[in-house]
Every structure is written in C-alpha cells, then in structure tokens.
Design a protein around this ligand. Structure first.
Ligand SMILES: O=C(CO)COP(=O)(O)O
Ligand SMILES: [Zn+2]
Length: 216
C-alpha cells in the first residue's frame, strides 16, 4: 500500500471513530493532513465523519491547488492558517463536540485559557487553548484570527461552534481534540461544585516536565 493510500485510510478510520463516539454528528466537522509531497488531503464539504470515502477526499498540491477529489470543506481558510503558521502541523481536525461548545457559552471562561487546569493530560496535549469569538461557518475571518496567533497555539475553540486542533500527524491531532472535549466535559460536570483543580505549582510542573507550549 502506498503512503498516500495508508494516510487516506487512516483519516477515514479516525474520523469514523470520532463519529461513532459522538464527538461530532450529522455532517459536522472536517479533517486534513499533509501528504509527503507537501500537499493536503481534506474531508469534502457536506460529508459525514462516519462515512468518509478514502477515494473521494479532496487533494491539494503543494501550491494549494485543488487537483483531485470532491470539493473541500468550507473551512479551508481555517485549516490553511494552521499549516501556514505552524511548521510542525501535519494534520488539523475540527469537531462540533457537545461539552466544548457548552463550555464556550459559559460567562466566566478565560479566552486566553479556555480549559480550566483540571488534569495533566488536558495541559500536556493542548497547551493553552484560545477561545475565539463567534464567526459564521466558512468565514475566512477565522483563518485571519488563527494567523493572528502567529503559530503560538495548537488549539483554538470557536465560540458556539466547536474546537480546532493541529497536531504533528492525524493520530496526534485526534488524540488532542479528544482530550479537549473530555476536559470540557469534566469542567461542565464539576461546574458550580467548587472542584479542586491543579494549583499553579502543579500546572508549572506539568508544563516543564512535559515540555508544553504554555507561555508564548
Ligand atoms: O463543521 C463544518 C463547518 O464548520 C462542516 O462544514 P464542511 O462540511 O464544509 O466541512
Ligand atoms: Zn464546524
């Protein structure tokens, strides 16, 4: 099997796994990955994560031209902004995951650090997550907002919409976005119960031990 065939199958398999566990629903969410030649494979617009077809993924060449497959997600500007500002990005995934969206609507959320420091993996896999304002789906202004972060964040939360995470490869991006949703779920579950999160010393220990992008 060629590298690209294996990558196409991995994208569809991981998207189906996210869908099967309710991390995104209907035809929501989109996913992209860098190919060995510097191009991109991208989920087509209007498709379900549960039923992506490896042979119909949108294919872009290294110059950003759509060369093959179905028309891409309307969130291309958002995906491109991560690749352009983070040289380490090998994949980007966006979901409409329920608890993250709920948390984005809460009044006292810190836009610079959307997820409260509740567990070490939330910090290790995501660093500080930036909460961006509401944009219409497909609005290229989202790409501008991500470019404005100058590559300092691997994860953003689109208010009232859903999370977007870049990782070194598809597996890493999917693992990290699962962590984002689960931390948001914990935050919503423990909301108003005065939970004991990690204290600043514990957060610092996680950041330094696991070399987390935190202070930029
Ligand atoms: O989540 C989505 C828009 O934000 C889904 O749109 P696409 O079907 O164009 O990928
Ligand atoms: Zn969306």
């Amino acid at each position: 099997m060629s590298d690209e065939t294996a990558l196409r199958e991995q994208i569809c398999m991981l998207a189906a796994s996210l869908f099967a566990r309710g991390l995104t629903h209907g035809s929501t969410g989109n996913i992209s990955a860098r190919t060995a030649d510097g191009g991109l494979l991208v989920s087509p617009t209007g498709t379900s994560f549960g039923r992506l077809d490896p042979g119909r993924l949108s294919r872009f060449d290294a110059q950003g031209r759509h060369v093959d497959g179905d028309p891409p997600t309307k969130e291309m500007p958002l995906h491109s902004a991560f690749y352009e500002t983070r040289s380490s990005a090998g994949a980007v995934v966006h979901l409409h995951s329920c608890h993250a969206v709920a948390l984005s609507m809460m009044p006292d959320v810190d836009p610079e650090n959307f997820l409260p420091p509740l567990t070490p993996y939330g910090i290790m896999k995501l660093g500080r997550v930036k909460l961006l304002p509401f944009f219409l789906p497909g609005d290229s202004a989202m790409g501008e907002a991500v470019r404005g972060l100058a590559g300092r964040r691997s994860a953003v939360m689109l208010a009232n919409h859903g999370p977007v995470v870049a990782g070194k490869d598809v597996e890493a991006a999917c693992t990290a976005i699962e962590e984002l949703e689960d931390t948001a779920r914990l935050a919503m579950m423990t909301r108003g119960l005065n939970p004991r999160g990690l204290d600043p010393g514990q957060v610092r220990a996680v950041v330094t031990t696991f070399d987390v992008e935190w202070d930029a």
